[in-house]
Structures are given as structure tokens and as C-alpha cells.
Design a protein around this ligand. Structure first.
Ligand SMILES: Cc1cc2nc3c(=O)[nH]c(=O)nc-3n(C[C@H](O)[C@H](O)[C@H](O)COP(=O)(O)O)c2cc1C
Length: 332
């Protein structure tokens, strides 16, 4: 059996499950394992220091899988922006057929992607941005609720409302993102009107994810209250793991501090030490409230096949059994 949706059909994957872009985490080993499990993995373009490194990472992923996979291009405002055009050119030249855009309006990138037969899945955190992206001609939406790891936007609308509100206005394939980690979430997303789920935190805590084992164990030990929202006052909210550093950042900004006052605390090099060396208090690292649902470190194949088979059981068993057939009762 299989769960077939508009998402699986449009993006050519077996299961309605995606692994969204993850800075420092979305590398070849993880993305290939997700692809081999029949889900849709995305390499994170900007994890690669240069466009040439991205080309190498795409080649490395192809050595590990024959299945489709995509590349995430996150476009965020920056004082010294990375060479987005060059990363985009590498994606096209490498023959990638699916791109996940996130962070800002995908319009400048759409003509080149579409001219080269690339489907664009745009990730956003509000109904209005999803509607806008649909009108621009993207091929799918990933709607990211307040529960999510990373940037939940500034509206604070959780998935229970955001997903059906978006589904009411979105006609193209739409997957739900933020807080999904198991079969119950997948079934709930489908019931709310989505065509599948996107997961970050859950895939981060798998055997093939290349981060330090200590971080995976911290995710398993953590619960749904284990995150902080930093940069609220700067209108650039990010959901990250609660630790000494993130709590200090929240405190400084709450007391009127500005970005320069926390710049050293949030430095990328400190965050890298968390993932590379396993010191979970060394800096800021990203994870979502889904931590409360993550209790093990499976392979991607175990995770995806378990989610799909349990989702089928929930739909046909537990939910199906709740529906009584009035006619049958009358006959009896
Ligand atoms: C470690 C980590 C890094 C992330 N980096 C990015 C990123 O660079 N670009 C992006 O679009 N999303 C990024 N995300 C967000 C994920 O793609 C996804 O939208 C999010 O994790 C969904 O919420 P969940 O963690 O509850 O599944 C990141 C998430 C994590 C956990």
C-alpha cells in the first residue's frame, strides 16, 4: 500500500514526506538516505561555502542515490549576501529538478528555474505569503507553522489553524511543516487539508544526519518546552534549542539590547561547535517543538517506513473504526 497525494504525484516521490533545508545538517549522506527511503530530501545550498562546493555535494549525493532529491535555497537579508545567482546556476547546471525556496519572495528565481524544467516548492509561514507564491506560479507550497524549528515568522499561528486556513486558498500541492515527527502528525496534516508533511527536527535526529551524537541524544532527552524564541524584538524570530546561550540572548534583547549586544553569542562558529564537537551549550542551534515527540534515533528508512505504515493503520484502522455505518445497524 502507499499514500498517494497531489504532492507525491507532482514531485515524483513515493511518500508524502519531505526533509526541508537545514543549515549545517542538510548534506549528502542525510539527503541520499531520505531519497532512498522514498521521501524528498533537500541539500542546503548555503551549507556549502562556495557554489563549487555545492556542485561537489550534489555529485556526492548522486553517488549515494538514484532517487530524486532537491536543493534548498534560503534567501535571507544579509549585509554581505552570498552569491545567490551563482548557487542558482550550479543547481541548474547540475540538472537538479526540484528546489525548495525559503526566506523571501521567490519571484527573482522562478523564471530561470522554470525555464530549466525545475519545480519550485516554496516554504513560507503565512497564508498571505502562500497565496502570493501560488499567484507567482510556484509548483508547491510548504506552509510552516509556529511550532517549527528555525524561522516561524512573526504571526505566531500554529499549524492547527494555519494549515486548514492555507488549504482553503491553495490549489497547488501543499505540504505542512512545523511540529511533525510521526504517523499521527502525517495523518493530521492530511486531515487538515495538506498533501503531506515536511520535517526538519525529526530528520536531524536520525542515524544518517551528520551532527554529533550528543546533539541527537539531547533531542531525544528534550521535550516540547525545550526551545526559545530569539530575535523577537528584531522581528526576525528564530526558534532554537533552549540552552545557556539562547536564554542569555532572550534576556539581553528583552531588556532593550540590540543585535550588536548579542552578536558574539549568536555567532555561527559557536553554533558549528555544537554540531561538530557535541557541546550543546557552546552556541545557538536550531530545533523545534517536535523535540517533544522524538524519542529515538532511527535510520531514515526505518523512520519513513514506520511513519507510512502506521499512518495507513491509523487511517484504515483507528479512524475507520470510529465511523459507524447507520444502514448496517438498521439491517441488523
Ligand atoms: C538545524 C536546522 C536548520 C535549519 N535551517 C534551515 C535553512 O537553512 N533554510 C530553511 O529554509 N529552513 C531551515 N530549517 C527549517 C526546516 O527546513 C523546516 O522547515 C523545519 O525544521 C520544520 O519544523 P520541524 O523542525 O518542527 O519539523 C532548519 C531546521 C533545522 C532543525
Amino acid at each position: 500500500m502507499a499514500i498517494t497525494t497531489k504532492f507525491t504525484e507532482t514531485f515524483g516521490v513515493e511518500h508524502p514526506i519531505a526533509q526541508g533545508g537545514m543549515q549545517w545538517v542538510g548534506r549528502a549522506e542525510l539527503v541520499a538516505a531520505v531519497a532512498n527511503a522514498g521521501a524528498l530530501g533537500f541539500l542546503t545550498a548555503l551549507t556549502q561555502p562556495t557554489p563549487a562546493d555545492l556542485a561537489n555535494e550534489i555529485a556526492k549525493t548522486r553517488d549515494l542515490t538514484d532517487k530524486p532529491f532537491g536543493v534548498n535555497l534560503t534567501i535571507l537579508p544579509a549585509i554581505n549576501p552570498p552569491p545567490y545567482d551563482e548557487y542558482r546556476q550550479v543547481i541548474v547546471d547540475a540538472g537538479i529538478k526540484i528546489v525548495e525556496t525559503a526566506g523571501s519572495n521567490p519571484a527573482p528565481h522562478l523564471p530561470m528555474f522554470h525555464d530549466n524544467g525545475i519545480k519550485v516548492l516554496h516554504k513560507c509561514t503565512s497564508v498571505r505569503h502562500a497565496v502570493k507564491a501560488q499567484s507567482l506560479g510556484v509548483d508547491g507550497i510548504s506552509i510552516d507553522g509556529f511550532e517549527c524549528a528555525g524561522h516561524p515568522g512573526e504571526d505566531d499561528v500554529p499549524g492547527l489553524v494555519l494549515i486548514p486556513a492555507a488549504a482553503a486558498q491553495i490549489e497547488i500541492p501543499m505540504i505542512a511543516s512545523g511540529g511533525f515527527a510521526d504517523a499521527r502528525g502525517l495523518v493530521a496534516a492530511l486531515a487538515l487539508g495538506a498533501d503531506g508533511v515536511n520535517m526538519g527536527s525529526r530528520f536531524m535526529c536520525t542515524v544518517e544526519s551528520c551532527i554529533h551524537q550528543n546533539v541527537k541524544e539531547a533531542i531525544v532527552a528534550g521535550d516540547e518546552r525545550g526551545t526559545e524564541l530569539i530575535f523577537r524584538s528584531l522581528h526576525n524570530t528564530a526558534r532554537v534549542a533552549s540552552n545557556q546561550v539562547s536564554r542569555e540572548v532572550v534576556e539581553i534583547l528583552k531588556n532593550g539590547g540590540q543585535f550588536p549586544d548579542v552578536q558574539e553569542l549568536v555567532a555561527g562558529v559557536r553554533g558549528r561547535r555544537v554540531f561538530d564537537e557535541g557541546d550543546v551549550d557552546a552556541g545557538i542551534w536550531t530545533v523545534g517543538t517536535a523535540m517533544g515527540l522524538i524519542n529515538d534515533i532511527p535510520t531514515c528508512d526505518e523512520l519513513v517506513s514506520r511513519m507510512v505504515s502506521e499512518a495507513e493503520e491509523i487511517i484504515l484502522g483507528r479512524l475507520g473504526n470510529m465511523v459507524e455505518d447507520d444502514d448496517e445497524e438498521n439491517v441488523a
